[in-house]
Every structure is written in structure tokens, then in C-alpha cells.
Design a protein around this ligand. Structure first.
Ligand code: FAD
Length: 445
């Protein structure tokens, strides 16, 4: 019989296996896909931004919610420990812009290989093509009264209302079903973004069936869909060094500089992904977004309106007899040229010496603030991460064990934790996976 069973062979599950097996326990890692780390493979556009080399304290600022819950996990196995682990496992790393850490080879497969080799060397049994269908737990009678969990006595004394007992498995190659006994179980099934990688939200169902609360899930780090149809004409246009602000019901909830990409449905790119996470956390309670949401784009954030007006005046003075549409091409990329006269309501064929002061002011105002109406978020298949999941207040931050079900541990994206881009989400998976693995192993002794 296995001492510890881990469900999910993604980042968190593999790290949990490494940590648990390192203590000499008999560990089984169950993955429904035909191979381990399917999502890891596509991370960082195939290069895997494995962590961030920032100060550990800065890490927490990039976590969207419940950063305190992560203190023990992150201080116990921080970004530097993660980097040392991969270097020692034969995968040299490099640090790029924004302290993002990648494998030197630029291949995510090298990260997966390092983990797989460590797992196999430690004697972990890996069951591929094996899907967990159900988790069963048994009530702990003495802690339950009249069908209800007895009140916890004192802060330190943990009273569980159930303990894990067994799993129902389905072998995807043979179609056979089986049952496995379990005393210590680590749930590392991920979220529900990029479903083809295996993240189908099974862990939420398992946790719920065990009595856990699931914070409503939503796609995060995800592109925005917008109402304005002219966006389609700009599809493929990438704007670097613009400023984007998100305003909900007249209140600004996010503003930053960076790169934006126009798509056939709206906007994407690094800046928009970050904006979406702030939007989801600040304007979308209980899985629903409310309020009128606007995205404001400043095409020239380095210039004040006055400076920009002077710059435009100079262009106009130097090209007095030229048509408006031919004068503004020094100010924007080609795809934007036909659109700017439309947005600022100026005849593109008008000669610039005929443009009125009001029209020029309108033009400057448009450059400083293009307004888009956010109609929603794109779906989970385009989301880097899932917001929501197993409520952290029902999980012990110092062990990752359930406070309700003895022997049940959680790790990675299945928890109600998410962070911004830059390697922080994988760091959450490594740290919580490591803590769940070592805690489960310690509980076996
Ligand atoms: C396109 C993309 C790019 C990303 N790039 C980065 C990046 O560069 N840096 C970064 O920090 N983060 C990145 N992320 C986020 C990062 O991938 C996740 O935070 C991380 O993979 C979460 O790890 P996990 O182990 O919790 O879940 P997952 O990696 O999703 O692993 C869960 C595993 O559980 C398995 N599973 C699920 N249910 C069952 C079941 N019933 N039975 C058996 N097995 C099951 C799944 O098949 C899967 O393999 C990216 C995400 C995406 C989608």
C-alpha cells in the first residue's frame, strides 16, 4: 500500500512527489494524461518562466489574494530554493528582464525532464493514463454530533470531521476501474484553464464532496472582449509603451504601462492580462462581473497633453498644405492612421491649416484617451490561470492539510490562489507542492 498518493502530475504534484519521496515514503503519483507536465510544457510560450528571482518579500506583492496564507510555504521553499533544485537536477537556469527565470536552453521540456528524473530516482510510482473518478472519506464519529462537526476547542487543537479512505480509479488505456486505499492524499489537480492540458476542475468537485467550500472560479490573466467593432481592423497590431487604465463605474481600479495587442475580439498582451486579474479580483465577486467597465488607452503616456499639443502643432506647421491623414503618419503605426481621424471626428482629407483649434484639441484628447467598453473576459481556454478554488481558510497554511478531512492535502492551482505573470504562479505550485509533500510524509512517521 502507498503511504502517500498524489493526484495530478503537474508542477505542484510533481514537486510534492519529489518532497515526499525524499523522506523515504512509498509515494504514488497519479496522472490522467499520457505524460507528466502537459501544462508545464506550454508555459512561458514553451520556455517555462519557472519562477522569479525577486526578493522573497516582493513575491507576495504579486499574489492577488491570500498572500499571508503562503508565508510558510514560500519561506519553506522559496524562489532561490526552486532555482537551486533545478540547477542540481541538471537544468541550468538564466534570469531575464523583470527577474523572470527560464531554463538556459529555453525549453520547458528540460524543466519537466529534471522533475521526472528526480521523481523516478526517488522511487516514486507513476501511474499515467489513470484518472481519479472519486475520493472517499469516512466520518470520524467522535468529532461529529447530530450530523454536524463539533466546535473546535481552542485554536491549536485540530478536530477533523472525516479522514480520507480510498480512491476510485479509471484506467484510460484498458477501461478498467479499480479502487486504491489512501491515508494521505495530496490533491494537485490544477484549475480549469487550458482544459486540453488536463485541467478540468476535477479537484474542485473532489474537495466539495469532502465538505470543502469552493470559492467561485473565474478565468484570470485572460484577454478582454470589447464592444467597439473597429478593434477588429487593428487585429495583430501590438503597441509597446502605452498606458492602460481600467475604470469600473467611474472608479479607476488599475493603471500601468506596457504592451497591448489588438485581436479579432478585443485586446490581449501582457499589460491586458495583468489588467484582467485586477479587474476579476476587484469587480467580479462570486463569479460575476458587475458595473460598466471601460479600458482607457493613452498612446503617448510620456507626454502631457500640453507637450503633445505642441508636438502636433509642430507637425501641422511643418506640413501646412498637406492632408490630415498624411501628416499624422509620423505619430502612429500604419494600422492606426485610418482610425485616428475617425475616433477624433476629423475629416482625414482636410488640409491641416484648415483644422480648427477645437478639432486639434479633440485629436490630442483622443491620443491621450482611447476608450474601449469591456464586455467580458475571454474563456478558460485563453486564461493563464483560474481565480477561485478551494477556500484557503479551510486549509492549514503551515502544512497544506485540510482542516476538515484528516490526511487530505492541497497543492497548486486547485487552491484559491493566483498571482500576476512573471513566474509567480509556478512558484505558488512549487512552494505549496513542496510543503504538502513534506507535511504528508512527516504525518506518516
Ligand atoms: C498558456 C499558459 C502559460 C503559462 N505560463 C506560465 C509561466 O511561464 N510561469 C508561471 O509561473 N505560470 C505559468 N502558467 C500558470 C501555470 O502553468 C500554473 O500555475 C501551474 O501549471 C499550476 O500547477 P498545478 O500543478 O497546480 O496544475 P496543473 O499544471 O494544471 O496540473 C494538474 C494536473 O492534474 C491532472 N489531473 C487533473 N484531474 C485529474 C484526475 N481526476 N485524475 C488524475 N489526474 C488529474 C491534470 O491532467 C494535470 O496534469 C501558465 C499557464 C498557461 C495556461
Amino acid at each position: 500500500m502507498a503511504d502517500i498518493i498524489i493526484i495530478g502530475g503537474g508542477a505542484a504534484g510533481m514537486m510534492a512527489a519529489v518532497a515526499a519521496a525524499g523522506t523515504g515514503q512509498n509515494v504514488v503519483l497519479i496522472e490522467k494524461n499520457e505524460k507528466l507536465g502537459k501544462k508545464l510544457f506550454i508555459t512561458g510560450k514553451g520556455r517555462c518562466n519557472v519562477t522569479n528571482a525577486c526578493e522573497v518579500t516582493d513575491f507576495f506583492q504579486n499574489v492577488m489574494d491570500h498572500a499571508k496564507f503562503l508565508y510558510s510555504a514560500v519561506y519553506g521553499f522559496d524562489n532561490h530554493a526552486v532555482m537551486a533544485f533545478f540547477e542540481q537536477a541538471g537544468c541550468p537556469l538564466k534570469i531575464e528582464r523583470g527577474q523572470r527565470v527560464f531554463p538556459k536552453s529555453d525549453h520547458s521540456s528540460d524543466i519537466i525532464r529534471a522533475l521526472e528524473q528526480t521523481i523516478r530516482k526517488s522511487g516514486v510510482t507513476v501511474l499515467l493514463n489513470t484518472e481519479v473518478k472519486k475520493i472517499k472519506s469516512l466520518p470520524i464519529e467522535e468529532n461529529i454530533e447530530g450530523g454536524k462537526e463539533k466546535k473546535q476547542i481552542g485554536k491549536k487543537k485540530q478536530r477533523y470531521c472525516a479522514k480520507v479512505s480510498q480512491l476510485e480509479l479509471y484506467d484510460r488505456t484498458t477501461g478498467r476501474q479499480s479502487v486504491m486505499r489512501a491515508d494521505k492524499l495530496i490533491l494537485a489537480t490544477g484549475g480549469c484553464s487550458y482544459v486540453l492540458t488536463g485541467s478540468t476542475g476535477d479537484g474542485y468537485r473532489f474537495a466539495e464532496e469532502c465538505g470543502h467550500q469552493i470559492v467561485p472560479t473565474m478565468p484570470a490573466l485572460v484577454p478582454f472582449a470589447v464592444k467597439e467593432e473597429w478593434c477588429h481592423q487593428l487585429q495583430g497590431l501590438s503597441l509597446k509603451n502605452v498606458q492602460v487604465s481600467v475604470v469600473v463605474d467611474g472608479k479607476q481600479i488599475y493603471s500601468d504601462f506596457g504592451e497591448l495587442l489588438f485581436t479579432h475580439y478585443g485586446v490581449s498582451g501582457p499589460l491586458i492580462l495583468s489588467a484582467s486579474s485586477h479587474y476579476v479580483h476587484k469587480a467580479c465577486g462570486n463569479g460575476n462581473c458587475s458595473g460598466e467597465a471601460k479600458l482607457l488607452i493613452d498612446l503617448k503616456p510620456a507626454l502631457t497633453k500640453e507637450q503633445l499639443d505642441k508636438r502636433v502643432l509642430r507637425e501641422f506647421d511643418e506640413n501646412k498644405n498637406k492632408q490630415f491623414k498624411n501628416v499624422i503618419n509620423s505619430l502612429f503605426p500604419a494600422k492606426l492612421i485610418p482610425l485616428m481621424p475617425v475616433l477624433s471626428n476629423i475629416d482625414p482629407d482636410k488640409r491641416v491649416n484648415e483644422i480648427t483649434k477645437e478639432e486639434r484639441e479633440r485629436f490630442v484628447q483622443t491620443i491621450k484617451q482611447i476608450e474601449l467598453t469591456i464586455t467580458g473576459l475571454r474563456d478558460y481556454n485563453e486564461a493563464v490561470i483560474t481565480k477561485g478554488g478551494v477556500a484557503t481558510n479551510e486549509v492549514s497554511p503551515s502544512t497544506m492539510e485540510s482542516k476538515l478531512v484528516k490526511g487530505l492535502y492541497f497543492a497548486g492551482e486547485v487552491l484559491d490562489l493566483d498571482a500576476l505573470t512573471g513566474g509567480f504562479n509556478l512558484q505558488i505550485a512549487w512552494s505549496t507542492g513542496y510543503l504538502a509533500g513534506t507535511s504528508a510524509a512527516a504525518a506518516c512517521e
